[in-house]
Design a protein around this ligand. Structure first.
Ligand SMILES: NC(=O)c1ccc[n+]([C@@H]2O[C@H](COP(=O)([O-])OP(=O)(O)OC[C@H]3O[C@@H](n4cnc5c(N)ncnc54)[C@H](OP(=O)(O)O)[C@@H]3O)[C@@H](O)[C@H]2O)c1
Length: 257
């Protein structure tokens, strides 16, 4: 396993939830961070806390991943401040639960630019840096909802965009492996975060959820293994997670219930 100490990661969506848990885990390993999210106050508080707790450099860059200029500023600041970036973790994301016929167009656009284009464009902005260095890692936080077919009812836009992100990562994995660059998709089941707290039927039973913290292990693993054994995908799901209902009948797999 490779050491992460002294390396640098750019993490989007790092001010709360899964992105924050990932940032904290990497800071604990001694990684320096450039973190992005829209809310300046929470982002700066996160940066201060992580840098003080773990004696690493953490640069907060307020950034809306739906805006190209913000993404350019995030990538430029990371390269200027850190000189070398070793990993990009695309975790910024939003959710939405709606029957498709009622879903506002603005909501569809927000999902598309946050959950798909934001990650693709930031990857594009950093990819030549990784290629020049002949190393680097890209990790996309996809979704366990992409594992089930058909996409879960009420989440078809969210889930189809996560499928697109998963497909993007798969293509990139093969395209970049000759440069020694790792690309992994992490597919978390429903996690106990702000993103899911308001969803109907999804977050009511906490025993069916995962904690944001368990995604950290998958990220640390993907970052620590050598490039020639890079995991293409890691699913981190609670088998009782609501997304798995279409494929894993609870009663059959959990006779104790
Ligand atoms: N929670 C789950 O059950 C679950 C399951 C599978 C996959 N995921 C995926 O995991 C990722 C993180 O989800 P989470 O549960 O940690 O959500 P969360 O707790 O709501 O955190 C989302 C983070 O993303 C940032 N963010 C949102 N929109 C942004 C934008 N336009 N530009 C920049 N930053 C933005 C938020 O900060 P600001 O609001 O301040 O910008 C926050 O830091 C998402 O991609 C989500 O789809 C979550």
């Amino acid at each position: 396993m490779e050491t992460l100490k002294g390396k640098t990661a750019v993490v989007t969506g790092a001010s709360r939830g899964i992105g924050r848990a990932i940032g904290a885990a990497l800071a604990r390993e001694g990684m320096n961070l450039v973190i992005g999210a829209r809310g300046k106050e929470a982002l700066e508080a996160t940066a201060q806390e992580l840098s003080q707790q773990h004696q690493v450099k953490v640069v907060p860059v307020p950034c809306d991943v739906t805006k190209q200029a913000d993404l350019e500023n995030l990538a430029d600041t990371a390269l200027k401040e850190m000189k070398k970036v070793d990993a990009l973790i695309n975790s910024a994301g939003v959710s939405s639960q709606s029957p498709f016929q009622d879903q506002p167009l603005e909501d569809i656009e927000r999902l598309m630019y946050t959950n798909y284009f934001g990650a693709v464009m930031l990857t594009r902005l950093l990819i030549n840096h990784f290629i020049e260095n002949r190393e680097g890692a890209i990790i996309n936080i996809v979704s366990g909802s992409a594992l089930v077919d058909p996409p879960p009812r009420g989440f078809i836009v969210y889930s189809s965009l996560k499928r697109a992100l998963r497909a993007f990562g798969k293509g990139l994995f093969w395209e970049l492996r000759d440069y020694g660059i790792k690309v992994s998709s992490i597919l978390p089941g429903v996690a106990d975060t702000a993103l899911t707290s308001g969803l109907n039927e999804i977050s009511v039973d906490k025993s069916r959820l995962i904690s944001a913290a368990v995604v950290e292990d998958a990220v640390r693993f993907a970052l620590s293994v050598p490039a020639n054994v890079c995991p293409l995908e890691i699913s981190v799901i609670n088998q009782r997670t609501p997304w798995t209902r279409p494929v894993i009948p609870y009663k059959q797999d959990h006779p104790e219930e």
